[in-house]
Ligand binder design. Structure first.
Ligand code: NDP
Length: 450
């Protein structure tokens, strides 16, 4: 049995019931075959078996008190996956769907994504099955403090530097940082995504969404096209989606959709960014309220989505930006996107397309930017925040944004040059996986059997 297939089989046996992790691992390992065939050193050093096994997994109990005085219990996770290139780096996700397999898939993706940024950061991820929806501000604070009361032992500015992800934004990072400082007595760059007046970086909030649009523009320019005048479908209505939409407008494109966990909005005039920010960043409420301000827009509740489908992808678009969550574009969605003339997909979310959907995009040879390349702008800018903290400097917005743009261009060039090197020039899945893997694997070989 080939080395990669044997490793995947072994994973399924030794880490049961982690479907999302197998999906992520299979995608990466399968695309490494041409590299592994040419370079026996990776098998000699048993890199594949080593890279799919996290260096450390921390599972812990989080006990906190709700506003009615009831004691609540949640699960906490931090997976320190790979430190060949630098301190573990990756976000924290608070969402009821979180389990060990989801954190492991996210941590695994993070290894290669972080390598692609060219910055000195290893891969990690963490989170909890805590559901922030409907919780008071005081409950969110008590939960974050309880979560950090265990996590603080395992993190540090040179060991492991968490950030935000789904359900963890500036407010949560603030409460987590405050508790870290209280417990350790140290004021240091242990988290990124911090507030601008206490160590955060300008453009970090915007970075993932802006980066996904820069990546799309790079892909299109390489094909003699641009985003100007393009109709775009965006899913999600959180951090990534909002700043994807903001940058799309700056590039002269028209984003016409957004979605949240309860439904979606289609606005043929273009999504109103001010209303979106007010609903999601200020009021933190459902998108349903959008149509009160914009009656000509259409709201579709989740219950009215076509069976087994995500309604966002039923609207015709030239470019699509999945920016909500994993596996939100299935094979039927992919077929419809292609049928309606979509020529570009830039993934703001992590692993939003199912393997079958990815196969269709690659076969159609459209401009397809996989998450680990297209959404790497967030973590890259987190590393810029770490650099600013370490040197006690703070750079202006333009400086950070220019660096972000350069990094996204670098990731595109590296992925497409690598895809060319392996004989499949339009396949950025192949290019990104091999380029990211090669960097990490070579560092692992240099550092010996650890
Ligand atoms: P947010 O929590 O800010 O927003 C997530 C959005 O997606 C919300 O609108 C949420 O709906 C919606 N959503 C979440 N889960 C589901 C679901 N199961 N079904 C339907 N809608 C859902 O998260 P981010 O914007 O930060 O993250 C979005 C994606 O981008 C994730 O895949 C994340 O891993 C990825 N990412 C984020 C980075 C970052 O810097 N933030 C960096 C790289 C990748 P509702 O409003 O109802 O909660």
């Amino acid at each position: 049995m080939p080395y990669t297939a044997k490793t995947i089989e072994q994973l399924k046996r030794t880490s049961p019931a982690q479907a999302e992790f197998y999906q992520a691992a299979e995608e990466v390992l399968m695309s490494l075959r041409p590299l592994l065939d040419k370079n026996p050193k990776y098998q000699k050093h048993n890199i594949i078996e080593r890279i799919v096994e996290p260096e450390r997994q921390i599972f812990f109990r989080v006990v906190w008190m709700d506003d009615s005085g009831q004691i609540q219990v949640n699960k906490g996770f931090r997976i320190e996956f790979n430190s060949a290139l630098g301190p573990y780096k990756g976000g924290l996700r608070f969402h009821p769907s979180v389990n060990a397999g989801i954190i492991k898939f996210l941590g695994f993706e993070q290894i290669f994504k972080n390598a692609l940024t060219g910055r000195a950061i290893g891969g990690g991820k963490g989170g909890s099955d805590f559901d922030p929806k409907g919780k008071s501000d005081a409950e969110i604070m008590r939960f974050c403090q309880a979560f950090m009361s265990e996590l603080y032992r395992h993190i540090g500015p040179n060991t492991d530097v968490p950030a935000g992800d789904i359900g963890v934004g500036g407010r949560e990072i603030g409460y987590l940082f405050g508790q870290y400082k209280r417990l350790t007595g140290r004021y240091e760059g242990v988290l990124t995504g911090k507030g601008l007046n206490w160590g955060g970086s300008l453009a970090r909030t915007e970075a993932t969404g802006y980066g996904a649009v820069y990546f799309a523009q790079n892909m299109l320019e390489a094909r003699g096209e641009t985003l100007e005048g393009k109709t775009c479908a965006v899913s999600g209505a959180g951090n990534v989606a909002i700043y994807t939409i903001e940058k799309l407008y700056q590039y002269g494109a028209k984003p016409v959709t957004v979605s949240d966990s309860r439904g979606m909005v289609y606005d043929k005039h273009g999504i109103n960014l001010e209303t979106l920010k007010e609903l999601k960043e200020v009021q933190k409420t459902s998108l349903e309220a959008y149509i009160k301000e914009h009656p000509s827009a259409q709201y579709i509740p989740l219950s009215d989505y076509p069976k087994g489908r995500n309604a966002v992808w039923t609207f015709a678009c030239d470019a699509a930006f999945p920016s909500a969550t994993q596996n939100e574009v299935n094979v039927a969605d992919a077929k419809e996107l292609l049928k309606n003339g979509c020529i570009c997909i830039s993934e703001g979310a992590n692993m939003p397309s199912s393997p079958e959907a990815v196969d269709l995009f690659l076969a159609a040879k459209i401009a397809y930017g996989p998450g680990k390349a297209a959404n790497a702008g967030g973590v890259a800018t987190s590393q810029l925040e770490m650099s600013q903290n370490a040197s006690m400097e703070s750079w202006d917005f333009e400086t950070v944004d220019t660096k972000l743009k350069d990094i996204m261009h670098g990731i595109f060039m590296n992925s497409s040059e690598t895809a060319k090197e392996f004989g499949d020039p339009s396949n950025l899945v192949l290019g990104a996986n091999i380029a990211g893997f090669r960097k990490v694997a070579d560092a692992m070989i240099d550092q010996g059997a650890v």
